[in-house]
Structure formats: C-alpha cells, structure tokens
Design a protein around this ligand. Sequence first.
Ligand code: 1CP
Length: 347
Amino acid sequence: MKNDILLKSLKKEPIERYPVWLMRQAGRYLPEYREIRQKYKSFLDFCKNVEDAALVSLQPVDILGVDAVIMFSDILVILEPMGIKVSFEAGEGPKLEHDFNFKSLKSNDLAKDLDYVFELLKVLKEKSPVPVIGFCGAPFTLASYVIEKESSRDFAKTKIFMYENQKDFHTLMEKLSEALIEYIDHQIKSGADVIQIFDSWSMALSKSAYKEYVYDYNAFIIKSIKQKHPNTPIIYFFRGSSSHIEQASTLGADALSVDWSVCINEVCNTYPSLAFQGNLEPQVLLLSKEIMRKHIEEFIMCIPRDTAFIVNLGHGITPDVSKDNVKYFVECVKEVSYGKRIKFKNS
Ligand code: 1CP
C-alpha cells in the first residue's frame, strides 16, 4: 500500500494532511464508470463480475486521487442469500420480494453465496495503492428496505411494523445482525482494511426509538467484530446525526461519519476520543470553483487540531455533479489541509 494516511488518521498517528474520499465515489458522474455500466442490464450482474467491479472501484483513485477505495457492491446484496429476492429496476431503485416469515430467513453460512464480494476484496487488496473499505448496511437500514420492499421517503410501513409487530421486528433485526457479523468477518479476512457501516435511514427514528429498537443491535455487531478483529477500524455512518450522536458515540466504533446536521467543530470537541468523517453537503460539488475552495477552506479551519479526521461528504455524491468539479474538490482538500499541523494528543 503506497498511501495509508486514511489508516494513520484513524489510528491517530501524525499525518501531514487530511485523508479524503467520497461516498458513492464510483458512480454515474464518471464517464469511465458509465462506459462499463452500460455493458450490464442488471446492476446485480455488474456487482457479481469481479473484474469490472474491481475496475470501477479503482477508477476514483486513478481519476480523482482519493485516499481510499470502497468496494463496488451494495448494502442489499446480503439479503439474497438470506432468502429475500432483490432486484434493481432502472430508475426506480430496489424491489424486494418475500413473505414476511422472518423466522425462516437464513443467517449463517452465507459466505459461499457472497463469494463474489470476497473475491473482489482480494483483488482490490492486491491492486489498490490505498486502503480498501469494505461495508455493510446497519440492521435498521436493511430492515427498512425489507419491510418497505422498496425505497421510502417517510418509512411509514417500517414504523408501523416496528411498533405493532415488535416480536417479528426483533426477529428480523436479530437475523440481520447475525448475518452481518459473519459477512463483515469474511470481508476483513478477504482484505478489507476498514469497515464502514451505513445507517443511512436512522434519521427516520426518534431518539427513543433508536434506543429501544436499534442501539443494541448496532453495539452488538461492532463488539462482535472488534472481538475478532481489534485492529480493523470501524466507521459508523448515520444520518440524522444531530439526534443520534450521543448514542452513536458509545456504540464502540472508531469513527463517526456524520451528516451536515451537526457542527463539526462542536462534535469533534465533545467526543475527543473518536475520529470523525464528513460532513460537507453534497451540493458543495455543484459550486463554482472559487466558492467551493472558500467553502473547503472555512470547513478545514473548523476541524480541531487534535481530531483524527477524514474529509468526506455527509451523504453520497449526487449524479448531477461534474467529474471536473469532483477532481477539483479532492485537489483542494489536499492543498488546503496540507501543512495544517495535525498533531494528536497521544502522539
Ligand atoms: O442501476 C444502477 O446503476 C444502480 C445504482 C447503484 C449503485 C451505483 C445502487 C443501487 N447501488 C450502487 C453502489 C453502492 N451502493 C455503493 C458503492 C459505490 C460507491 O460508494 O462508490 C455503496 C457504498 C452503496 C451503499 C448503499 N446502497 C446505501 C448506503 C449509502 C447511501 O447512499 O445512503 C444505500 C441506502 C443503498 C441502497 C440502494 N442501492 C441502489 C439504490 C438505487 C438504492 C436505493 C437508495 C434509496 O433508497 O434512496
């Protein structure tokens, strides 16, 4: 690995600039990605072709110069071997099929069925000049897709199910958690240097619902992974960060990836033992270069000197941005944060 500043930052070792990568960095805004994407009718077939999945995972390193590779896959692929049919309709998002009999969901021995993910990680580990990020969805975020059977705006079905069918909801969360622990264990054994857990839809939950229905599962997954792989950093990404940050801070993750609902200076100072990632609005990438640079300069100034920090967006890149702007963003972060004396308390 030629450039490991992402790992150094997560481990609170001194670094000369902040690492930077972007959620959804392998995507439609890149013509190089679109060229390969058009070979496939089905998104899942694309994910299952290890050679092409590796190619698009690595494109952002070559084209943008980011400090991490995220494996090209999806949070929903784990559902297929559990017994839930998943398909991605063009322009409509995912569609799921099952009969709500959660007791019958399979939650172990999934490794064989997800072999294409582990093979991809092995290839990336060999080829990538930067750390490789493996990932999974958090159980609530996955449960919301299972219950809604598609994307949702208000998560009404999920909440009605959670409050009215508590036993079945917990069965689903348990099954997902067991499967996720095994899945992540295999990802790390196959070469993932860092794991990011995506809790994209935690923002739908009240603080008390997060505590009662979600917290223990997230904490259990992180604890179980840490027992087996104490040296692999875990990043917990959660939306609705301002509501859930206090609970998220005790989950056992090494780093919190936060959205723009929190003031980055405030959260870094409040939770000094944690590393942070984030939290720029994705629309920063749509700004003119001059204003974008100013925005990045002001942002970098807000990060406390002692914080272990990774620059990223607060959610994924939107497809309407230009490749040129994303390239400029990465260059700017590198330039602006270079030489900012980053010295950690323990170093
Ligand atoms: O048809 C296509 O081309 C599929 C589009 C697509 C892509 C490119 C989907 C379907 N998933 C992905 C890749 C993907 N998904 C990655 C790897 C790419 C990278 O980051 O560079 C990752 C990390 C994800 C994770 C993912 N999938 C999340 C968590 C992150 C987030 O955005 O909040 C979620 C919620 C999904 C679900 C999903 N997958 C795809 C769609 C259209 C959706 C639904 C999103 C929604 O409900 O709004």
